[in-house]
Design a protein around this ligand. Sequence first.
Ligand code: GLA
Length: 371
Amino acid sequence: MDAAALLERTWGGGGEIFSGTSPGRVTLIGEHVDYAGGLVLAAAIDSFVTVSVRRSAASTFRIVSSGRTVERAETMPCGDIGDRILGAVEALRRAGHWTVPALDIAVEASLPESAGLASSAAVTCATLIAVLGLIGASVAASEIVEWALVAERDIAGIPCGPLDQLSVVFGRSGDVLLLNCLSIEVDARIPWRWDDAVLVVCSTAERHDNGGDGYRQRVEEAGEVLAAVGAMSAQETVDPAALAALPPPLDRRGRHVFTETNRVQRAAEVLRSGTAADLGDILSASHASLRDDYEVSTPLLDAVVAAATDAGALGARLVGAGFGGSVLALCSEADADAVGAAMTAAAGDGGVAWQLRPDAGAAWMNPGTVV
Ligand code: GLA
């Protein structure tokens, strides 16, 4: 069922409905560097969240999502399923759109939650776009990114970088984005050139750490590393000896942040003129760094990565914040089914694998509201 139909089934017909759709994203390479101002290669993907809204006959916000409904008078988070959606409404109010009325809101998604594929950013951006449609505002794509970051950082209180928001808004069908997380913009769009190489993702039943303690600790540690070596961002060149001299675990954390940014630069060259096998090697190197230096993997994620490469993947790594979530594998089209099956088997109960394609971001999917 689509979100608009869900809304009418839940609270009856009547009143004009406005909808916004956002994809999720996959990070190709460049994990845990966005909050250190690093570079990331990422793409919007062909799994989506749609949010439909209309003025509410009640004086409160009414939300239906994943078979649950809540009714809320306030927009600030209180720990229920309305938090993400009303966080977007609160961000709009803070941006000066005070006229947002009480709303009926329905959410439908093909994008799994808490799988490391940016479902939070997707829900937030889809809500922003739906509500902007209702109040009759057209805004620049960069404003959607900015307000979604306010919702995540200032309202939900998660100290994230801009990777998710930039990807889900600016993605374009068939392109990988080179994101500059220091200037918060897209530095380049690189076409996916290999017809015979595909991305397979496997989500596990281990929920990833969306803004949890492990994530916050890594953000703090990355900040300490930058301060200790006198760098403004992960894009600077730092003497490896200076990183090695830091007290543990900052030595390892620093090595990940700077080598991962370097892997992004190499991967961008490979996407332009190298082979899928070269990119596979870089993905696998990234996983080793996330596992050993950044310590955000789990035994289950490691097992899914190993299953992918044993089944013939060119490379594989955990995707998103880690501590659970999903694994991304790069493989030839001929091996994709076998790789997906091996990953699903290794993931155990709740493991699901499917192929991803770089797809359109929210800015392209909602013309008119996003200009
Ligand atoms: C989460 C955060 C992003 C980024 C990744 C790790 O998805 O929302 O900002 O830090 O983790 O690369």
